[in-house]
Structure formats: structure tokens, C-alpha cells
Design a protein around this ligand. Structure first.
Ligand code: ADP
Length: 231
């Protein structure tokens, strides 16, 4: 599936909008934060310091969301360095541990290419693996009444590319969904942004790689990422 020029334009525009909004919202948030700090002693006096804590936590959360949104939509050239792809994958799997426990999902990593080194922007590629794993966790959660969730990550290489397969036994998807998968803002989730896969696709393309998807409704989905091996 190719990501069209139109989709790239959409993402570039989104990046600009995100940056502008982030700026316009962050400034007022910063002053609200400052004034709440000043009000803290008065709230303490009337036994309501809890209010200050909640307001500050929520402001920080809003800031985090803006930051994440900005980060995921901003098109940036990869800052490449040599990295072990297996190490990176295991690190991301560790990051999702609490979430996979919560959803009673088992994640297995099998590597046939433990020494595979790729030249990548580590942060960006981690983001891709994380996006795919989160999608798989969502997909297995939806069928957890039927079977235990399982995600298999397999690492392989053909001498030119490393191949990372992320396969889940989740709800799968139909052809119509598969066709729109990489479109910015396409989502079937209530609280989804529809940005995860379009951003992932662009990141992998910027690394000279590709992403493929195979899926079957009711039985699961496999994403395959190809990344060129480092010289
Ligand atoms: P979001 O996760 O915010 O919806 P994405 O771009 O990551 O955005 O995904 C787009 C859509 O692709 C999802 O809403 C879902 O319908 C579908 N999808 C992605 N990964 C999977 C998967 N592993 N299994 C089933 N459906 C998936």
C-alpha cells in the first residue's frame, strides 16, 4: 500500500497546525499554572489544597498531550545511528509490559538475527514499534472473551533488509479497513487519533524501508516492517 502525496501533504499541514496550536495553548497554560501556584497558600488556608494539586496535574497532562501530538505529527528527518534492532525491540516490549499484563496478553520475541544492525533514528523507530504493539494490544483486547491475547514478534533478515513481523491474534480487519489503514486520521476507535500508522509509515519510508500488512477478520493481523541493514 502506497502512501500518496496527498497524505503526505495532509501530514505536513497537520504538523504546522499542531505547532501553531501548541504555541497558542501552551502560553495560557503556563500563566494559569503560575497563578494557581500563587493561589496555593489561600487554598491551603481553607483546606482545599487538593484543588491546586488536581489543577496542576491536569495542566501538566494537557501539556503532555500537546507535546505528544506535536512530536508525532512533526515531519523530521531521521537522525541516524547504528543500533541493534533486537535490543530496540526488547526495550519497547518492556515498555508495554504493564499494559500487556493488564490485558492478559503474552508478547513473545523470537530472533533469527540477533546481530542485525540497522542505521536508524532510534527514537522514531521505537515509536513505530510502540504504535504497532499498542494497536495489537487494542485488537487482542476486543476478543479477550474468546481467547488469550498473543503477540509474536519475529526478527529475520535476507542479507539486505531486516524483517520485523508483529503478529497478533486479535480481531483482525476487513479489506475496507486495510485500504484506509495508513490514511492520516483514519480510525475505528472511539478515542483513536488515526495518526499512529500514517506516522509510522512515513518514518519507515524515511528510513528507506516499507511496511506491509496481512489480516483476516476474526483471526488476527500481521504487520511486516522492512528496514535496510547497515553497511
Ligand atoms: P488509531 O490507533 O488511533 O486508530 P492507527 O493509525 O494506529 O490509529 O490505526 C488505524 C486503524 O487501523 C485502527 O483504528 C484500527 O481499525 C486499524 N488497526 C491498526 N492496527 C490493527 C491491528 N493490529 N488489528 C486490527 N486493526 C488494526
Amino acid at each position: 500500500i502506497e502512501q500518496s502525496a496527498l497524505q503526505n501533504d495532509k501530514l505536513a499541514m497537520l504538523g504546522k497546525i499542531a505547532a501553531a496550536i501548541a504555541h497558542e495553548i501552551r502560553n495560557p497554560l503556563t500563566s494559569i499554572r503560575g497563578f494557581i501556584q500563587l493561589l496555593k497558600p489561600y487554598l491551603l488556608e481553607i483546606g482545599k489544597e487538593e484543588y491546586a494539586r488536581i489543577i496542576l496535574t491536569e495542566i501538566d497532562r494537557a501539556n503532555d498531550i500537546i507535546y505528544e501530538f506535536l512530536n508525532s505529527s512533526k515531519p523530521s528527518a531521521p537522525m541516524k545511528q547504528a543500533a541493534s534492532i533486537e535490543h530496540l525491540i526488547r526495550e519497547v516490549v518492556m515498555l508495554t509490559e504493564s499494559e500487556s499484563l493488564l490485558r492478559n496478553c503474552e508478547i513473545m520475541v523470537e530472533s533469527f538475527q540477533s546481530d542485525a544492525v540497522v542505521s536508524i533514528d532510534i527514537k522514531q523507530v521505537k515509536q513505530v514499534i510502540l504504535n504497532l504493539l499498542k494497536n495489537s494490544l487494542d485488537a487482542v483486547e476486543e476478543v479477550q472473551a474468546l481467547r488469550r491475547g498473543r503477540i509474536d514478534i519475529t526478527l529475520n533478515s535476507d542479507g539486505e533488509y531486516v524483517q520485523i513481523v508483529i503478529k497478533d491474534n486479535g480481531k483482525g480487519m476487513d479489506k475496507a479497513t486495510m485500504n484506509k489503514l495508513f490514511d492520516p486520521f483514519f480510525t475505528t476507535k472511539q478515542a483513536g487519533t488515526g495518526l499512529g500508522l500514517s506516522v509510522s509509515y512515513r518514518i519507515i519510508r524515511n528510513h528507506g524501508g516499507t511496511i506491509r500488512v496481512d489480516s483476516e477478520v476474526g483471526s488476527g493481523t500481521a504487520f511486516t516492517i522492512y528496514l535496510p541493514l547497515a553497511e
